[in-house]
Design a protein around this ligand. Structure first.
Ligand code: HEM
Ligand SMILES: *[C@@H]1O[C@H](CO)[C@@H](O)[C@H](O)[C@H]1NC(C)=O
Ligand SMILES: *[C@@H]1O[C@H](CO)[C@@H](O)[C@H](O)[C@H]1NC(C)=O
Length: 320
């Protein structure tokens, strides 16, 4: 799970505040932040993501996930993009990110084009927020307005992954801790309708869980052997077995058939509070698309740096 898991668990002792999500769509951010300073930024980002997705469709999924991991660790501040140095340990090599989060070259290429058009103006954090929106849309999903004005972090924080499969209550608390409701959580989890996962991340589920479709478990076991530690740890499987390259609502139909690939996914449909919503999303693609877009806007507003905080990085991989 996200590097955030442990951090969140540490702070979960705090009673969850009533959900703040939805108070405003963008918090201190605005839709017109670059309209004068860099009017073409949205077109440049869109074209960059489109060419990356045309070259490899999975890249759309990877960029979406990168944004999630950025936002859930210290807010959407571009910290995930920072490379490690001899004096600095960033997030890239944290447990859940190492050999897993991908797409950094795509962001670098877009950043280079944005710099050529508007030097030292657009933050890496905003580029990532726009790129995630475009990635979803290019894979057939909804689009939404991206509020802008995020600044880039001067530092990043590495924390180890929690390998234990989270239970529903833990997941609800983890999202609640970020101001996201259970409904936002269930909608955002629909991102697992695209992309791939390594055997190491779902091996326990396909061999040890009881609430899994037996046909599905044997299918996945064919390419993900039970013995851990070998090359098979990295063997990929689509998270949504039906339509892994299309941003649709098949994820929820999978959950209803006990075909969630991750233990945490199946927790959303396992006799708990989210069962009703999973059924609704499974039967109503439009409702899922609308809720996903709203939840992404809220996720994109998690603790941004604004105003004079942070900086606009010239190179997304290092502080200026
Ligand atoms: C409930 C919390 C979540 C958990 C436990 C979780 C866990 C995971 C895991 C284990 C993988 C596979 C990583 C690998 O094998 O390297 C993955 C992939 C992915 N996740 Fe999540 N995730 C969660 C929430 C989210 C959210 C909120 C989003 C986006 C809004 C998201 C988007 C993705 C995407 C698109 C992929 C595929 C990436 C690719 O193919 O490169 N996930 N997730
Ligand atoms: C871009 O802006 C930075 C900071 O103002 C400056 O150091 C750099 O030389 C500029 N680069 C170009 C190509 O104009
Ligand atoms: C298991 O998945 C298959 C499709 O792969 C489906 O036809 C079947 O109904 C599922 N079984 C259960 C018990 O949900």
């Amino acid at each position: 799970m996200a590097a955030a898991t442990v951090r969140c668990l540490l702070t979960i002792a705090v009673v969850l505040a009533p959900f703040l999500a939805g108070a405003t769509a963008g918090g201190p951010l605005s839709t017109s932040f670059y309209s004068k300073k860099c009017p073409n930024v949205q077109g440049i980002v869109r074209a960059g993501v489109a060419s990356a997705v045309a070259a490899e469709r999975r890249m759309g999924a990877s960029i979406l996930r990168m944004f999630f991991h950025d936002c859930f660790v210290n807010g959407c501040d571009g910290s995930i993009l920072l490379d490690d140095t001899s004096t600095f340990t960033g997030e890239k090599n944290a447990g859940p990110n190492a050999n897993s989060v991908r797409g950094f070259e795509v962001i670098d290429a877009i950043k280079a084009q944005v710099e050529a058009a508007c030097n030292a103006t657009v933050s890496c954090a905003d580029i990532l927020a726009l790129a995630a929106r475009d990635a979803v849309n290019l894979l057939g999903g909804p689009t939404w307005t991206v509020y802008l004005g995020r600044r880039d972090a001067l530092t990043a924080s590495q924390s180890d992954a929690n390998a234990k499969p989270p239970r529903l209550a833990t997941l609800v608390a983890m999202f609640g801790n970020k101001g996201l409701s259970p409904r936002d959580m269930t909608a955002l989890s629909g991102a697992h309708t695209v992309g791939q996962a390594r055997c190491a991340t779902f091996r326990d589920r396909i061999y040890n869980d009881a609430n899994i479709n037996a046909t599905f478990a044997s299918l996945r076991q064919q390419t993900c052997p039970q013995a851990a530690g070998g090359a098979s740890d990295a063997a990929l499987a689509p998270i949504d077995a039906q339509t892994p390259e299309a941003f649709d609502n098949a994820y929820y139909t999978n959950l209803m058939g006990k075909r969630g690939l991750f233990h945490s996914d199946q927790e959303l449909f396992n006799g708990g509070s989210q069962d009703v919503l999973v059924k609704k999303y499974s039967g109503n693609a439009g409702m899922f698309a609308a809720d996903f877009a709203k939840a992404m806007m809220r996720m994109g507003a998690i603790s941004p740096l604004t105003g004079a905080q942070g900086e606009v990085r010239l190179n997304c991989r290092k502080v200026n």
